[in-house]
Design a protein around this ligand. Sequence first.
Ligand SMILES: Nc1ncnc2c1ncn2[C@@H]1O[C@H](COP(=O)(O)OP(=O)(O)OP(=O)(O)O)[C@@H](O)[C@H]1O
Length: 216
Amino acid sequence: MIQADELYRFYRAGDEEVKALRGVSLEVDPGEIVVITGPSGSGKSTLLACLAGLDEPDGGAVWIDRTRISHRPEAERAALRARSIGVVFQSGNLIEHLTVGQNLDLVQRLAGRRDAAWADHVLELTGLIARTRARPSTLSGGEAARAGLAVALANRPAVLLADEPTGELDRATEAGILTLLRDQAQRPCAVVIASHSPAVRRFADRVLTLHDGRIT
Ligand SMILES: Nc1ncnc2c1ncn2[C@@H]1O[C@H](COP(=O)(O)OP(=O)(O)OP(=O)(O)O)[C@@H](O)[C@H]1O
């Protein structure tokens, strides 16, 4: 479902070159949950961004559902992302001037697949049905994290990529989100999570550790 072959990503900061990814390969099957861990700056977010087609690797290639997403025109990457990928990023993935419900609806329109029953189901699962009409700025930290996940699931993605989805949350909220991710994996969906949390690592089918842009 997800295949990444020999990914390299270099950033230039002034005269310095940062090698964020140095030959990372991975395969994730539908139904599988892979957790990427590693110290700050080891390349976790860069890897997720390359898998999502939000960043372009300088070397190597990424396939999603047997379709290459890397080194494609932006419009094609965006279309594949809209159809097949759910993304949860630390910076948040909700549009501020839309309500929670409208955010889910927008994701479904972009995917060309409006399905109000699925949107309601996702809002029920994330415990947000009563907050459907709320603006993102009025949500608590835990609600915002769950809303980010709801938006990522709105298009019924075959691939879910989540960067620290339980970042600042208390244990009970974290456990709820992990249960939800397990249920979604069984739909089936290939899930990749970048996380420092021991609870998230314990819950993985497979843990990959990055150090200086390499899987160790
Ligand atoms: N846009 C950028 N420009 C320059 N350097 C970057 C850029 N994005 C990331 N880097 C560098 O690439 C390396 C990997 O960063 P990345 O954010 O992928 O690490 P991470 O493992 O996700 O870290 P954290 O756990 O702190 O989120 C770091 O050295 C970072 O400073």
